[in-house]
Design a protein around this ligand. Structure first.
Ligand SMILES: C[S@@+](CC[C@H](N)C(=O)[O-])C[C@H]1O[C@@H](n2cnc3c(N)ncnc32)[C@H](O)[C@@H]1O
Length: 306
């Protein structure tokens, strides 16, 4: 079978595919000239991870981390047991597609799988398959849990979603062979840094308004105090001589007097890049919604600076 390029196997809020061009322009030069370790402490669906793995031959090793245990279990199963996973997913896909025109039965099937997933009693490979099944069939690919970590997203309205993309699962499994996979708080990743490491942080974004719900990937909230803890961690990395890039929402676009990030990252380089995410549809009216790319180094192709 021809080798396929690995791409994210999940839909995930805040997926970074649309920001890749801007990220590319803001990378440190060293990663194209010498061997390096890539560290992504908030990996989510890994849009930047897979792009880095596919495009940077000098990437010797990668370390990924996320606090979401079910997500990380899925990465680990893809890395170690891709065929077992594919076989379970194929069964789910066949069963689900057979119900294509039977809306009520389809619903029953979805909610039964959601319940089984939430019991978290199946073996790890089945839990990973359930995780992918729910991601592919739920409303908008959302991952949202309640306070007791119960996944509570309703069924989506896709007619015949791809549940088992076997070629991509194999490609991802192959790409993950040089990736160390961690689960926990991002601060633990500092242990993995070496002389030539590059960190990319894509934390839960600071919400642009109170109703904005795309901050709820995990049971714990990522509030302003958490954003400041992350800045402190970035300062620690800076003091140890490590390079990093961080993205976040530009709260100033919504409220010109909101200097939250400009203040907490005032010692670093802040660039504003245009966001083109569909969840920002309302922003078009305001015309100036940006995302922030913050780095602790300068780069040649200066973006429109803050
Ligand atoms: C904006 S998403 C990352 C999106 C990712 N860049 C992508 O392309 O899909 C933020 C991620 O941070 C994780 N997270 C939240 N708090 C965390 C913490 N304290 N330590 C590590 N990961 C955390 C969430 O589970 C979520 O997957």
């Amino acid at each position: 079978m021809a080798e396929k390029i690995a791409k994210p196997f999940l839909k995930w809020a805040g997926g970074k595919t649309q920001l890749i061009n801007d990220i590319e322009k803001s990378l440190p030069n060293a990663i194209t000239t010498s061997k390096f370790t890539y560290i992504e402490p908030f990996v989510g669906s890994g849009a930047v991870l897979f792009w880095m793995l596919n495009n940077f031959p000098k990437l010797e090793k990668a370390v990924i981390n996320d606090i979401n245990e079910d997500l990380i279990n899925t990465y680990k199963i893809i890395a170690t047991k891709p065929k077992e996973l594919i076989s379970i997913l194929k069964t789910f896909q066949n069963e689900y597609h057979l119900l294509e025109t039977k809306q009520e039965k389809k619903k029953e099937y979805y909610y039964e799988k959601r319940e089984t997933y939430n019991l978290r009693k199946k073996e790890k490979s089945s839990q990973a398959a359930l995780f992918i099944f729910l991601n592919r069939t739920c409303f908008n690919g959302l991952y949202r849990v309640n306070k007791s970590n119960g996944y509570n997203v309703p069924m989506g309205s896709y007619k015949k979603p791809t549940i088992c993309d076997d070629k991509n699962i194999l490609a991802v499994s192959n790409a993950l062979q040089k990736v160390e996979i961690l689960c926990g708080d991002y601060e633990a990743t500092i242990e993995k840094a070496n002389k030539n490491s590059f960190f990319y942080f894509d934390p839960p974004y600071k919400p642009l308004n109170e109703t904005s719900s795309f901050n709820s990937y995990a049971k714990d909230e990522f509030n302003d105090e958490e954003q400041i803890r992350l800045r402190n961690f970035c300062t620690k990395l800076e003091n140890k001589g490590h390079k990093w890039m961080l993205s976040n929402s530009d709260v100033k676009g919504k409220n010109p007097n909101d200097n939250f990030f400009d203040e907490i990252y005032s010692k670093f380089l802040i660039a504003r890049v245009k966001a083109r995410r569909s969840i920002n549809a309302n922003a078009e009216k305001r015309g100036s919604l940006n995302e922030l790319l913050i780095t602790n180094y300068t780069y040649e192709q200066a973006l429109q600076s803050a």
